[in-house]
Ligand binder design. Structure first.
Ligand code: SF4
Length: 276
């Protein structure tokens, strides 16, 4: 890693440590700007798990508000009923305004997740991430749910550790999600020269050997707030003083809107410029 990349890694690590100390949710202390939805999400592990399913292809705030909205529409967020009444779930998700862009896929994931939660965890989502479990173990358990791939699992593990203070063990804590914002920031800042999952993970491990996942939220926030696909704001950016500012670069392919179906999207997607 070059000294310039070292500086970027250091700046992201420092930002990550600040966010951890603040027990940041996703955007500041909140997941969503509706306080009732935010409180519900934080109080109910099952709502949080359902929220994870929604974190794809829509703004994070909208995704995290969905479990509350779903409960309001259904009159419950009972796992047994979510599993046994898929038509009701589908209608609740799709009725205007729809809770998500993927009105066909999300309800299937929700009913499937509720079934899996009942069958494998007695309906208690905290058993997925029971204290003392390893990061790899929890990641694998999450990835076994329909609608949770590597990216969402990585994000979820980081939120569990950072915000909820879940005590997971492992030598290397977590990894960064291969998310469009994270990828764009890694590429433009010079942390990576190629936009591949392997390069991104490797760069995160080099920048933060003890805890690669520490870089996940800071990179995502930088990408969302300043390093947007078009018109990045380098002067205002948290990484502005150390970044290589390769603003002609962008990401495309997996996770970028228009590049594929719901399975190919991520924490949320954004249109991108060309890869340069
Ligand atoms: S906005 Fe500019 S300074 Fe910030 S990460 Fe992107 S390219 Fe670097």
């Amino acid at each position: 890693m070059t000294s310039a990349a070292d500086a970027v890694g250091g700046a992201l690590r420092e930002f990550g440590e600040e966010l951890t100390a603040a027990r940041a949710a996703q955007v500041g202390g909140a997941f969503t700007d509706d306080p009732r939805a935010d409180d519900f999400l934080k109080a109910s592990p099952e709502a949080f798990l359902i929220g994870v399913l929604f974190t794809q292809g829509v703004r994070a705030e909208r995704a995290w508000a969905a479990p509350w909205a779903l409960r309001e529409r259904l009159g419950h967020l009972d796992m047994r009923r979510l599993a046994d009444e898929p038509e009701a779930v589908a209608a609740a998700v799709a009725s205007p305004p729809a809770l998500h862009r993927f009105v066909g896929t999300l309800p299937r994931w929700i009913s499937s997740a509720a079934r899996r939660l009942l069958d494998s965890y007695g309906g208690d989502a905290t058993r997925i991430w029971a204290a003392g479990s390893g990061v790899a173990e929890v990641t694998a358990r999450l990835e076994a749910f329909d609608g949770i791939g590597r990216k969402k699992a990585a994000m979820t593990v980081e939120i569990l550790r950072r915000h909820f203070g879940v005590d997971l063990i492992d030598e290397q804590c977590g990894r960064v999600a291969y998310d469009v914002h994270v990828r764009r920031v890694f590429l433009r800042s010079g942390l990576v020269d190629s936009d591949t999952p392997e390069a991104v993970q490797q760069a995160a491990r080099r920048a933060s050997p003890a805890c690669p996942g520490l870089l996940d939220l800071p990179a995502w926030l930088v990408g969302r707030q300043w390093c947007r696909p078009q018109s990045p704001e380098c002067e205002a950016c948290r990484l502005g003083e150390v970044c290589a500012r390769r603003v002609d670069l962008g990401v495309r392919g997996v996770g970028v809107r228009g590049a594929g179906g719901p399975q190919s999207s991520g924490r949320k997607s954004s249109p991108e410029g060309s890869l340069g």
